[in-house]
Design a protein around this ligand. Structure first.
Ligand code: MTE
Ligand code: HPA
Ligand code: MOS
Length: 763
């Protein structure tokens, strides 16, 4: 990256560091004196009773400094955040393959891993359950099932001209952040512990470490430099590794680092929740939706983790971008013997949206129309009330849809695809549209808050701390922009600091796409406090009495609209000499959001993000392989704070969504061992699986009072355009074999495509 002539490169930008390879992740930090390395023994069995666990031989190995099990935990051996069902180290029983049983600490990473094999572990295997429906039948629920309802579904079936029913399955998804789970624990004075953790939730880690070590929170500091990706996989699941490192550091009084190898990370950590669902959808002959009933069986894995919250978001999004007057949606959080599944971009939303899109595919077939005719007819409009009681405001669903149709020439492309399919016996094109409506806010009301700490140094440079964790999504770039705009100074003056619980307390995780909305507001409020004091200082400096008439515009101080002799560079040292407080702390809480779980009604979201995408694929019907020709979206973003970052978010989300539904398949052996724990067995999207044409047109003229400078959150919503690619691919399959009844199962991998095309008959 070349800097503009005559200017130094902007060293405060993460991306500038990335391209130089200068970015430091946990594992890149210079080793502190006396550093030890930890490695984790994961359970080989998916469910069983620990008969014997003997660590003495491992402890006797060269270089080994300690081997720890549940017995060595000084505080509580418990890290569950929503429910206390998650031991840090297995105690008595193991509930999934890969569950942490013991921790070895040694002089080098190699010695630590080598000693794992010397731990004697004897497990009596117990019957294990991997299928959420089986778990449901056995009553293995993490929490009571929940039902969201509106209208009267039972009475509405008789008003339907057509009713379709079916079952869907969506698979797990590996987060595959580039940086694996990592933590460095540094014991301090007086029993204090500092942990440098790769987490989306510094406070979650702080609470976990405090609980495990039996310390008050003020003796535990957690600092996050940045993440090499999180995607939800480090919202809750960075905590165990940080706690394990802290446990060892506490016991040994030396710094301890724990960094998972890729294959350990894939084996030990949870994924996107697979869902199995039953649906029933009824409509009028003209395609108007009348009634929708759905039951979601969420495969939660062996602990609660965030599953109940994820299931709740699934229920919020069961009707996708559509208005359905009569709905009954039930969700069950089913406990199975898999590593606990967790947050992943969309947080349960994509899984629920897939079901309604699948139901629409069946309905379209029954009515003999294209899916998009029904989609269009039922899109959410202004003032429509969603099943959970929230009214849609500033709705852009229809506008995005119409713009996508015309801008991307849907009618013409339909005709071209039909022509292509007529003239190509062994290749077929499929088209599909995908509208998205995604609620922005944590569904857990409490989490919709953030804090910030802003310092202006005497030389005019600015330091910004907040609760936001940078994980590649560009939140630090955006916060820098917020501070620069708030003061009206060059953004080069602003540094966004690492995220530390010692600077900003009680942080919510950086998640739910709210990083900029929440932390941006907090930063803005803190800057405004300092700015008010600066106005008073400037007025005094200028010998004026009305501070309200002082303004800073692009580094220049104005009074009553006229430029003065003061600039930012002169004002700040002058204010310091006048003993003005140049620091401020601020807190922001999203106003208005609420939800009543006894009635399952409320206004859980600050706002909804809408958009629509046109998806096109070409299928090679001999090989089962396909090309995604295009994903072209019109997306309501509003005025972007950082167009490059926002475009990156949209494009990355779309490719990740395509991966989830068409390429990535997590498979386990009948005993529950991960079979796809390497990058040779787990296929993630590469350049060739990305759409040949990937275009995202942002609506820029819309407003959003609860967003930063009127923009909307971008992190998760575009992921769901990938669902359109699934249905485009399905349409291509149907063009080749229209007589087939295709299952509504994802991922639609090339293998599965081939089996569906030819599995029942030789070529
Ligand atoms: N983009 C990158 N590059 N890396 C990530 O880990 N996580 C996604 C999204 N985009 C992620 C990302 C997820 S799951 C969320 S919730 C948001 O970023 C979180 O950041 P935000 O709230 O600042 O948008
Ligand atoms: N999204 C992401 N993470 C969360 C949420 C949510 O809605 N609620 C709690 N953690
Ligand atoms: Mo994102 S799944 O909310 O971290």
């Amino acid at each position: 990256m070349s800097a503009p002539r005559g200017r130094r490169p902007d060293r405060l930008l993460d991306m500038a560091l990335h391209v130089r390879g200068e970015t430091r992740y946990v594992d890149d930090l210079s080793p502190p004196a006396g550093l030890l390395y930890a490695a984790v023994l994961g359970s080989p069995a998916a469910h069983g009773r620990i008969r014997r666990l003997d660590t003495s031989k491992a402890l006797a190995r060269p270089g080994v400094r300690g081997v720890f099990t549940a017995r060595d935990v000084p505080g509580q051996n418990q890290i569950g955040s929503i429910l206390p069902d998650e031991p840090l180290l297995a105690e008595g029983e193991v509930h999934c393959a890969g569950e942490a049983v013991a921790l070895v600490v040694a002089d080098t990473e190699r010695l630590a891993r080598a000693a794992l094999g010397a731990i004697e572990l004897d497990i009596e295997e117990l019957p294990a359950v991997f299928d959420p429906r089986v778990a449901f039948r056995k009553g293995q629920l993490i929490a009571p099932a929940r039902t969201f309802a509106v209208g009267d579904v039972d009475a509405a079936w008789k008003d339907c001209d057509v009713v379709v029913e079916g079952r869907t399955e969506t698979g797990a998804q590996e987060h595959l952040y580039l940086e694996t789970q990592a933590a460095l624990a540094l014991p301090g004075e007086g029993g204090a512990m500092k942990v440098i953790s790769a987490t989306q939730g510094p406070t979650a880690v702080q609470k976990g470490v405090a609980r495990v070590l039996g310390l008050p929170q003020n003796l535990v500091e957690v600092e996050v430099l940045r993440l090499g990706g999180g995607f939800g996989g480090k919202e809750d699941q960075a905590t165990p590794w940080a706690c394990l490192a802290a446990l060892a550091a506490f016991r040994l009084g030396r710094p301890v680092k724990l960094v998972l190898k890729r294959q350990e990370d894939m084996r030990f950590t949870g994924k996107r929740h697979p869902y199995s669902a039953d649906f029933r959808l009824g409509a009028k002959y003209d395609g108007r939706l009348v009634a929708y009933q759905v039951t979601l069986y969420q495969n939660a894995g062996c602990t609660a983790d965030l599953s109940t919250s994820i299931l709740e978001r699934s229920l919020f999004h069961v009707t996708g971008a559509y208005l359905v007057p009569n709905v009954r949606a039930t969700g069950a959080c089913c406990r199975t013997n898999l590593p606990s599944n967790t947050a992943f971009r969309g947080f349960g939303g994509p899984q629920a949206m897939f079901v309604i899109e699948a139901a629409l595919a069946k309905l379209a077939a029954a009515l003999g129309v294209e899916r998009e005719e029904i989609q269009e007819k039922n899109l959410l409009g202004e003032g429509d009330v969603l099943p959970y009681g929230q009214r849609v405001r500033g709705a852009q669903a229809r506008r995005c849809w119409q713009l996508a149709r015309t801008r991307y020439r849907l009618a013409e492309r339909r005709w071209q695809a039909a022509e292509f399919n007529r003239t190509h016996p062994l290749a077929k094109k499929g088209l599909a549209l995908m509208p998205v409506c995604f609620g922005i806010s944590f569904t857990n009301q409490t989490l919709n808050q953030a804090g910030a700490l802003v310092h202006v140094f005497a030389d005019g440079s600015v330091s910004v701390s907040s609760a936001a964790v940078e994980m590649g999504q560009g939140v630090h770039r955006k916060l820098r922009e917020v501070a620069a705009r708030a003061f009206s100074i060059d953004r080069e003056r602003v540094r966004v600091e690492t995220t530390s619980t010692a600077r900003v307390a009680n942080t919510s995780p950086t998640a739910a796409s709210t990083g900029t909305d929440l932390n941006g507001r907090a930063v803005q409020l803190a800057c405004r406090s300092v700015l008010e004091r600066l106005q008073a200082a400037a007025a005094a400096e200028l010998g004026k009495s009305e501070p309200a008439l002082v303004e800073i515009r692009e580094e220049q101080v104005f009074f009553g609209g006229q430029p003065t002799s003061l600039t930012w560079a002169k004002l700040i040292p002058a204010a310091y000499l006048r003993r003005v407080n140049l620091s401020a702390q601020a807190h922001y809480a999203t106003p208005g959001v609420h939800f009543d779980r006894t009635r399952e009604k409320g206004e859980p979201f600050a706002y909804h993000v809408h958009g629509a995408a046109v998806c096109e694929v070409t299928l090679d019907c001999l090989r089962g392989t396909y090309t995604v020709d295009a994903v072209q979206a019109v997306h309501d973003l509003g005025p972007s704070l950082d167009p490059a970052a926002d475009r990156g978010q949209a494009e990355g989300g779309i490719v990740q969504g395509i991966g989830w539904l068409t390429l990535e398949e997590v498979l386990h052996s009948p005993e529950g061992r991960l079979l796809t724990g390497t990058l040779s067995t787990y296929k993630v999207p590469d350049l060739y699986s990305a759409p040949r044409e990937l275009e995202v047109q942002f609506l820029e003229d819309t407003d959003n009072p609860l967003g930063m400078f009127n923009a909307k959150a971008i992190g998760e919503p575009p992921f769901m355009y990938g669902i359109g690619v699934y249905f485009a691919l399905r349409a291509a399959l149907q063009a080749y074999r229209p007589e087939l009844e295709l299952p509504l199962v994802a991922p639609l991998t090339p293998e599965r495509v081939l089996l569906q095309l030819h599995g029942d008959h030789p070529l």
